[in-house]
Design a protein around this ligand. Structure first.
Ligand SMILES: *Cc1c(COP(=O)(O)O)cnc(C)c1O
Length: 382
């Protein structure tokens, strides 16, 4: 009997403790975590700097609302602005979906009446609120919840001609992930992103990049868009920002951000001292250890080892966000077997696993994870 709504399948394991790349269940069994709470705990579990910051905030001030000034939210905004490239402003939210809601509302306010359509790609994922669900290019997920808010249209992923054709006078913005994460770990590529940038410039549209999963070093650069040599107008961030504490952010170029005036958008919790303290500590550690560099190096190491496994058909992705195509067995079955062997991963498609370990993962931990996966795949094909 559970009092939780059945929005998820019954869990096979209950975790009670974590440290670095490891988790422990109720029975005291240890697991190597190569999922990181869905690309959230980029500094590993129970990072001491984040724990310290949370304790300090809990003992000082947790919340006062956004009617008043607080610390350290404005400092976190300044750091995000610097990392994204400067000359922008930030709105804090509590999740990825909320960060994207902010981006969608900002696009409508910026574009003005009559221009409200956001174009996004099939296979994308942008959240589960009604608007972000509609932005999510997965029609099967829409059906039960029709009618969804108006103003969303989907185009084929990486099809620049299809995108050009979809730009009608009602279109205000294009929203894309640098790597489709939930959709199966598919990088967009520089040609596509550069063509989208040109299209947005020509047609006066906002290029909004959803960095909720890819942001903050995971791909081997601070932001996924940096692999493609473009500057977006709007960037949304969430997952790794608080290393497990819920916090999201929507960054926009100052000229775009100025479309919002007091009263246009708001949040009770967004940017509060507790969550902002976690983000501040997380960003400080991320900069100190240079997480993009770690993700690039460890990502290459992991990729090489995975590619050498006989039942692995292909490895794709960037940095430490990898999709692994397996042969001979369903990805879901591999995930279940890995769990039994003490390795946490998940399936993004019927045939692909997603790997997103901590960005502080060691080579020894990678060796251990690839050993487990190798044994599981060998057992499945035998
Ligand atoms: C996870 C995710 C979201 C949604 O974030 P929530 O915090 O679950 O609302 C949005 N966009 C992308 C790319 C994501 O990976």
């Amino acid at each position: 009997m559970t009092y939780l709504m059945s929005t998820y399948a019954a869990p096979s394991v209950t975790f009670v403790r974590g440290r670095g790349s490891y988790l422990w269940d109720e029975q005291g069994r240890r697991y190597l975590d190569f999922l990181s709470g869905l690309a959230v705990t980029s500094l590993g579990h129970a990072h001491p700097a984040v724990a310290e910051a949370l304790c300090r905030a809990a003992n000082t001030l947790l919340h006062t609302s956004n009617l008043f000034g607080t610390v350290p939210g404005p400092e976190v905004a300044a750091t995000l602005d610097r990392l994204i490239g400067g000359d922008g402003k930030v709105f804090f939210a509590n999740s990825g979906a909320e960060a994207n809601e902010c981006a969608i509302k900002l696009a409508r306010k910026w574009a003005g009446h009559g221009r409200y359509v956001v174009l996004s790609a099939y296979g994308s994922f942008h959240g589960r609120t009604l608007a972000t669900l509609h932005a999510t290019g997965q029609p099967a997920k829409h059906e039960a919840f029709q009618p969804l808010p108006d103003g969303f249209r989907h185009v084929a992923w990486q099809d620049i001609e299809g995108l050009e054709k979809a730009v009608t006078p009602e279109v205000a913005a294009i929203l894309l992930e640098p790597v489709q994460g939930e959709g199966g770990v598919w990088p967009a590529g520089p040609e596509y992103f550069q063509a989208v940038r040109r299209l947005c410039d020509e047609r006066d549209l906002l290029f909004m990049v959803d960095e909720v999963q890819t942001g903050l070093g995971r791909t081997g650069r601070w932001w996924g868009f940096q692999h493609y040599g473009i500057r977006p107008d709007v960037v949304t961030v969430a997952k790794a920002l608080g290393n497990g504490v819920p916090i999201g952010a929507c960054w926009a170029r100052s000229e775009v951000a100025s479309a919002f005036v007091p009263g246009d958008h708001a949040t009770t919790f967004g940017g509060q001292p507790l969550a902002a303290s976690a983000a501040q500590a997380t960003l400080a550690v991320m900069e100190a250890v240079d997480v993009p560099d770690l993700a690039r190096k460890r990502g290459q190491y992991l990729r090489d080892k995975l590619s050498a496994l006989p039942s692995v058909r292909a490895v794709r992705g960037l940095g430490l966000l990898l999709g692994v195509e397996v042969t001979g067995t369903e990805a879901k079955a591999v995930v279940a077997k890995c769990m039994e062997q003490g390795l946490v991963v998940n399936a993004v498609t019927d045939s692909a696993l997603r790997l997103a370990p901590s960005l502080l993962v060691s080579e020894a931990e990678i060796d251990e994870a690839v050993d487990i996966l190798g044994r599981v795949l060998e057992g499945a094909s035998a």
